[in-house]
Structures are given as C-alpha cells and as structure tokens.
Ligand binder design. Structure first.
Ligand code: NAD
Ligand code: DAU
Length: 332
C-alpha cells in the first residue's frame, strides 16, 4: 500500500510512520507536513533515508500541494492538526483553518482524484465532558473549547462527505496519547521535563479532572487496523481503558522521576476545562484490537525516554516554547 500520512512529523504521526514502515515491508509512506512548531524532522531521522519514505513540506489547506502529494496514493491518514487546547484558547484562528478547512481540502482532493480511502484522525474531545458512563460512536458531539469544536467540524464534514458523495472516509476518535516524541507542552512530557529540571508542575484547578490514557504505540496499532479493516463511513473509538485523575498521574510521574511532591503547584484552572473523558471502545475491540501496553510500564518507559533524550526536548523548550510558556503561566 502507498500511504500519504499528513502531520507525520508530529507526535502520533511520527510514531505511526515508523510503525507502518516496520510492520508492512511492502508499504511506502509520503509524509506531508507543514512543520509548525509541533512538527519536527528529528522525530523521524532514523527512517529519513529509508527508500520507502519521502517527506514533503506543505500545508493541508493548499489544494495544489495536496493534489500533488496524493498522486498514486492508495490511502490517506490525516493526522495534521493544531492540537493543543490551551493554544486554541489564545489563538483559535489557525485551529479553524487547519482542523476544518484543511480537512475540507483533503476531502475535496480525495473525492476528485478517487483515492480509495481517507482515514481521518479525530479525538474523544469531540464528545465533550462525560460526567458518567462512556461515550459511544453514535453519541452526539458536544465540544467545549475551540480545539475540540474545530475537530468536531472536521469530523462531521468527513461524515457528511461520506453521506453525500460516498467519499470513502473512516474516522478514529482516540483518548489521550502519551509516549516518546510528544511535544513538551502536553501534560505528561511537560511534567516529566519540568521535574527533571526541578521546576514547578502547574496543575490546573483541583487536579481532579480525569483523562483516559493510551500509549501511543497502541493507538498506532489501532489506527493501522482501522485503516485496513475498518468499514467506510464508520467511526471507531480508541480508548486506553486507563482513567486517572491528573493529581494521581502527577504523583506517579514524580515518583518515577525521583522528585518530591513539593514541585506540584496548583494554578488557575483552564477555562472550559472538560472534567472527564471516557470512551466505550468495544467497536474497535470487535475488529481485533486491544491495548498491549500496561499503563504503569508504559509511563515508566516514557519517563525513561525523556530522561535519556534531553538532546531531543531541550531545544524544543527554548525559543517559541519559552514565549508560549511565559504567556500561559507567567514569566519565570
Ligand atoms: P502534534 O501537534 O504533535 O502534531 C501535529 C502535526 O501536524 C505537526 O507535525 C504539524 O507540523 C502538522 N501540521 C499542523 N498544521 C498543519 C497543516 N496545516 N498542514 C500540514 N501539517 C500540519 O499532534 P498529535 O498529538 O500527534 O496529534 C495528531 C492527531 O491526532 C491530531 O489530529 C489530533 O487532533 C489527534 N489526536 C491526538 C491525541 C493526543 O493525545 N495527542 C488524542 C486524540 C486525537
Ligand atoms: O483527549 C484527547 C486530547 O488529548 C487530544 O485531542 C489533544 O490533541 C491533546 O492535546 C489532549 O488534550 P488535553 O487537554 O486532554 O491534554 P493536555 O495534555 O493539554 O492536558 C491533560 C490534562 O492535564 C488536562 O486535564 C489539563 C491538565 N493540565 C495540562 C497542562 C498542559 C494541567 O493540569 N497542567 C498543564 O500544564
């Protein structure tokens, strides 16, 4: 299979490209990525010279670039997105552009060029906060921040193209991912790297918000399965099945990093902060998927990875990140 992966220089994208090249020796991958602050060619330097891999720098909102990249492709996996909720509160414009208009551009090109499959990567955040029970694929979408609203827009547009034009779309909605190569603005890598530097860990509100954690390699395996076996026009939830309050997660990270709990610093809550996400993942399980990594082991592996890879994350925490961090948490 010849794949176009968009956003392949980001966190999940780079793990997915590596997964495909290793798991499917007959496959090749074109990675179309704009290289925003979150895109990093270093995430894929180990496969950069693989003859089955090609990188193209470009924007999914640019119809010419997209059509060009789609030539001869059997399937597209759309991972390109603006992804950080806090940034969407400060600068929502780019979220609407990439996460809605970018999806539209891809859908139009896939329709016109008759590409056999578009797997669109959505998120559990589109269901909004879930006080009780778990979200099923048929539940209504109730996003509550500009990021999740933009993702819901792209998700619904993809489903509308299936209804209207029979554009061969499949969607995954996954829970919170963690693991190697995650940009250190997201809570797990931010807290690990701050802990390494004995910096405060800014915990929002009462710390009792719940996220369902999924190791990124388990998500890659699920995406791969849905890509090859998922039914057109269908949505598949991918949940890690490990729900935990942020305060509990924070203590676990500090324990693994060998740092004191005095680093935990309660800060003002995120506006519109969703209390809990929870996915019912039976549908993808029926397709043959189950998470293979135990949460505790995967978190320990992740902490060890960041400790060993300072050369990867230190440059990311300077420059653009420092300016963002100062705006978000106040200058230190
Ligand atoms: P990321 O922020 O690490 O990477 C996003 C990538 O997209 C970057 O490489 C960036 O350069 C690229 N990009 C951004 N705008 C682009 C544009 N206009 N054109 C081309 N490339 C562009 O994101 P991630 O955490 O790896 O998330 C990947 C996908 O998975 C996103 O669609 C996200 O909404 C979804 N998702 C993420 C999580 C999670 O926990 N990280 C959970 C569920 C769903
Ligand atoms: O649920 C899937 C989503 O998970 C993805 O769609 C998003 O792209 C991804 O960013 C992530 O969104 P969250 O908002 O859940 O992730 P984040 O790492 O920003 O925050 C996780 C939890 O930790 C959340 O309850 C907010 C809290 N938090 C976060 C940061 C950055 C803190 O307490 N302090 C922080 O500094």
């Amino acid at each position: 299979m010849k794949l176009l992966v968009t956003g392949g220089a980001g966190f999940i994208g780079s793990n997915f490209v590596r997964h495909v090249l290793a798991a499917h020796p007959e496959d090749s991958v074109v990675n179309l990525d704009k290289l925003t602050y979150a895109g990093n060619p270093a995430n894929l330097e180990d496969v950069a010279h693989d003859p089955r891999y090609r990188f193209v720098q470009g924007d999914i909102c640019d119809a010419t670039v997209v059509r060009d990249a789609l030539k001869g492709v059997d399937a597209v996996v759309n991972m390109a997105a603006c992804t950080h909720v806090d940034r969407s509160l400060m600068e929502p414009d780019e979220f609407l552009r990439t996460d809605v208009f970018g999806v539209f551009t891809l859908l139009e090109a896939v329709r016109e060029l008759k590409i056999p499959r578009l797997l669109h990567i959505s998120t559990d955040e589109v269901y909004g906060s879930v006080e009780r029970g778990s979200s099923r694929e048929s539940d209504p979408l109730r996003p509550s921040n500009p990021y999740s609203a933009s993702k819901a827009g792209g998700d619904l547009l993809a489903l509308a193209y299936w209804q209207t034009h029979k554009t061969p779309v499949v969607i995954t909605r996954s829970s919170n991912n963690f693991g190697p190569y995650q940009y250190p603005e997201k809570v797990i890598p931010l807290f690990i790297t701050n802990a390494v530097d004995d910096q405060p860990l800014p915990l929002y509100g009462d710390g009792k918000n719940v996220r369902d954690w999924l190791y990124v390699l388990d998500n890659c395996a699920a995406i791969d399965l849905v890509l090859r076996k998922g039914k057109e026009g269908e949505v598949y939830n991918i949940g890690g099945g490990h729900e935990v309050e942020n305060i509990v997660l924070t203590r676990q990270i500090l324990k693994l990093a060998g740092k004191p709990e005095t680093l935990i610093t309660p800060v003002k809550d995120r506006p519109g902060h969703d209390r809990r996400y929870s996915l019912d993942a039976k549908k993808v399980q029926q397709l043959g998927w189950a998470p293979r990594h135990k949460f505790g082991d995967a978190l320990a592996t992740t902490v060890a990875w960041y400790r060993a890879r300072e050369a990867w994350w230190r440059p990311l925490k300077s420059g653009e990140f420092r300016a963002y961090y100062a705006k978000q948490y106040g200058a230190r």
